[in-house]
Write a protein that binds this ligand. Sequence first.
Ligand SMILES: [Zn+2]
Length: 317
Amino acid sequence: MKGELHVHLNGLISPRIIQEVLVDERVDLPEGFDPHRDLVHRSACDTLASYLAPWQVLQRIPVKKENLQRMVDSAFERLAANNVRFVELRSSILYLAMLQNCSVTEAFERLIECTEISANKYSVRRALIMTVTRGDYSSVQLNTLMNAYKTLGQPQDIVGLDLAGDEEISFPADLPELFKEAKQQYGLGVTIHAGETGRPENIRIAVEKFDADRIGHGTAAGKNPWLMELLSERDICVEVCPISNRLTGAVSASDAHPLQQFREHGVPFVICSDNPAIHEKGLDDDYAAALTEGVSLQELRAQYEVAQRYSFIKDFV
Ligand SMILES: [Zn+2]
């Protein structure tokens, strides 16, 4: 049994389904884009930008509601095949609203409904995390999401907030305070993609300014003992995605994975898959990769309890 705390909805959908939806929705492919070749990564990418190539088309679908259901179903099929019993699924609801030409509130409702149907079908418990993208409009995005969240009466299926996107660019000065407000007022969990591109200060900012409960990737912490201490002291869990980290170059081929340092310094970690369909893998494979990166079998066996402990879902029995 497994729990999955860091996975993006559009990184979970089988390439076959993506291709079918691209055809069905008559999406114009970017020049030179070959879906058979460019929707998956089998070896390390030269840059993070090349890792993100599949999103050139992923960000254009689904336009139709029935295709959202089809894609969500594909995601849950993969989760179930990897024995995932609960998942915190993250996605950009604002993108969905734009694509489906509906209000943000309606996009929320559609996502909640579609994921509920597939979660029941595959017997996977699911909760949703709202992703905000780094950049000038992060605060506008968050306010829009929170307004829809409040309009819908704070659905209990929505458990957290995520900040994702290019770590090299800045965000509005009021963003950390808005994350903290959402956490304090509504009990939403906060996870921040930080330290994936070698910027340790982004991890410190995530902890000290955003009051993050968990850190996505956090690979830059490995070489910074002071950060290890900060994470360990505050009991902040790192969402470690071993396959993704190698494919994006977050951990280079010549370096050991910082998992070793996390273990040594008592930093809690949970093994996750990030974008398994893009890797043509599943969480099972990330568990196997974690073993080769130095995690013990005993630690892997404890992962289900660890994922429950750090999950934003609170009512495990
Ligand atoms: Zn991620």
